[in-house]
Write a protein that binds this ligand. Structure first.
Ligand code: MSP
Length: 525
């Protein structure tokens, strides 16, 4: 079976509410996944939940529920959220599932057999909030602990340590030799700076059960559970194993028959892209590659790092009420409007700033007046002047559309999603300008201009069709609606459909309907 394009998001902590940051990460991943579908590839998009660890356990206790039941209830909310965002994820991982646990335990046993762990006594400072040991380097300049660590307590205990130090040099070499491995470049430089200027301390990979019971038991010592990050990162290979990926199964000595869907025999690993936020860079570009190398598995091809959203220039916070509620925005404005705003507003990399005014003005200028108006007036004129029948082919805009298609495809290939939308919107502006310049409503009044009117109407309808195809990865719903209004069946989910000349003479288009109804902005204050 040929290898699929395998793309993942980070897995979210189950005990929080889905917010804008989670939505953003899933949407950009979905756009990249759909872009590869549109390029004709087979795609496997994975997202899901990180369900173990102290925070989850404590929140469940506070909610007065058994921890597994608490997770199950929240998992339903998160799965509904993925649906609400229109994701084409092929699976949804939960780290409390049996199949995931089996893979984590196998990984631990194999690494232990290979002598990669050492049991050690350690006395030190521990952040309960981040569930990690701290060193003096983590202190503020005045010796205090930053609020981000929460309560810091002194702990003395035995744990299993995973050797990291001996991996430092090959990892530096790998990152230097593969510029695409960590993107954007400034994140790559950040990791390289960290690796070159610090000696990697071994990773504490266990937690004593008496202190934390909500975790995957250590297979070779029942008094311990697995450190939550060791468990969480493994999701990227546990799901491939569960779908019968031979690279992971053979690498770990597992059998396809051990898993429900093992017989599918999908070929997924190595991942093509792990999409993550900037705060979890080190876990994905230092610990995870080292874990994989120690298991003898190939490394992912790319870790793509996005920035963080703020709202109105400030950190989002439930307590101050400064939050964006993705579901409420989608209910009010529609899913495509939400997907459009987050991708057009923010390139993958820097931090972003959501403003309600910015959202409303992009909606009105770019969606309602830009795309919506172009589609609506082009198809309405075709209806009014030609009974909705496509005139003979004419290539006046062909070169410009072809250039925009080629440029968008290049951007999609390199996950330059914002640049892709900018190219598409330049074409929309150009087509709207073409309407103004050619003035078909005037041509329609002059019988001698009838063939000129045919030309203009063809160019507009065919440009609109090309736009529907280009928009599919970004705005799947609007894209499919445009296709319907053009009287075309199926989904415009292949970029090859954007080739000029798809509309044939005499084709009957459907009913034009507004794609992005204008909002009464005055009412919103
Ligand atoms: N469970 C870990 C990830 C384990 S991956 C093996 C985790 N979960 S999280 O729920 O805190 O974050 C999930 C993702 O959301 C991360 O990539 C994080 O960067 C992203 N975001 C969280 N808040 C964000 C913003 N305000 N803006 C953009 N993304 C943000 O970390």
């Amino acid at each position: 079976m040929s290898k699929r394009f395998y793309i993942t998001t980070a897995i979210d902590y189950v005990n929080g509410e889905p917010h804008l940051g989670h939505a953003y990460e899933k949407i950009i991943t979905d756009v990249i996944a759909r872009a590869h579908v549109a390029m004709g590839e087979e795609v496997f998009f994975l997202t899901g939940l990180d369900e173990h660890g102290q925070k989850v356990e404590q929140t469940a206790v506070r909610a007065g529920k058994p921890t597994q039941q608490f997770c199950d209830e929240l998992a339903a909310t998160w799965q509904a959220f993925a649906k609400k965002l229109g994701l084409i994820n092929a699976d949804f991982v939960r780290t409390t599932s049996e199949q995931h646990k089996r893979v984590v335990q196998t990984v631990l046993s194999r690494l232990n057999d290979a002598g990669q762990f050492e049991r050690r006594h350690h006395k030190g400072w521990y952040s309960t909030k981040e569930e990690t040991f701290l060193t003096d380097k983590d202190r503020n300049e005045d010796g205090t602990w930053d609020a981000k660590w929460g309560e810091v307590i002194e702990l003395e205990e035995d744990n299993f340590y995973f050797f990291l130090g001996k991996h430092q040099q090959w990892l530096i070499d790998h990152i230097e030799a593969n510029p695409d491995f960590v993107q954007p470049d400034y994140r790559r430089n950040e990791v390289l700076g960290f690796l070159k200027n610090n000696d990697l301390a071994d990773l504490c990979s266990s937690r004593p059960k008496e202190r934390l019971s909500w975790g995957i038991p250590f297979p070779f010592d029942e008094n311990y559970v697995t450190y939550v990050w060791f468990d969480a990162l493994t999701n990227y290979i546990s799901i491939p194993a569960a779908h019968g990926d031979s690279c992971v199964l053979d690498g770990l000595g597992l059998k396809a028959a051990d898993f429900d869907k093992g017989a599918e025999g999908l070929s997924l690993w190595p991942a093509d892209v792990h999409v993550i936020g900037k705060d979890i860079l080190r876990f994905h570009t230092v610990y995870w590659p080292i874990m994989l190398k120690a298991m003898g598995l190939p490394l992912p091809k790319q870790v793509l790092v996005h920035g963080w959203w703020q709202k109105a220039g400030e950190k989002m916070s439930k307590t101050t009420g400064n939050v964006v509620e993705p579901i409420a925005v989608i209910d009010e404005w529609g899913l495509d409007a939400f997907r459009f705003y987050v991708v057009k507003e923010l390139d993958i990399g820097p931090d972003g700033n959501w403003t309600d005014d910015g959202f409303a003005s992009r909606y009105s200028a770019e969606l309602a007046n830009g795309l919506g108006n172009l589609v609506n007036r082009s198809l309405k004129m075709l209806g009014r002047y030609r009974d909705g029948k496509v005139p003979a082919r004419n290539d006046e805009l062909a070169k410009e559309v072809e250039a925009a298609v080629a440029e968008t495809v290049e951007h999609l290939k390199s996950a330059k999603l914002q640049a892709g939308l900018q190219t598409i919107w330049r074409l929309i502006d150009r087509a709207n300008q073409y309407v103004d310049q050619t003035a078909p409503f005037k041509l329609a009044k002059d019988p001698e201009q009838s063939s000129r009117l045919d030309e203009v109407l063809y160019n507009l309808a065919e440009t609109v069709r090309g736009l529907a195809v280009l928009l599919w990865p970004y705005l799947p719903d609007a894209s499919t609606k445009i296709y319907r209004q053009l009287g075309l069946g199926g989904e415009p989910n292949r970029l090859s459909l954007a080739n000029w000349g798809g509309l044939t003479e005499g084709h009957q288009i459907g009913e034009p309907e507004p794609l992005f109804p204008r909002k009464d902005l005055a009412k919103k204050d």
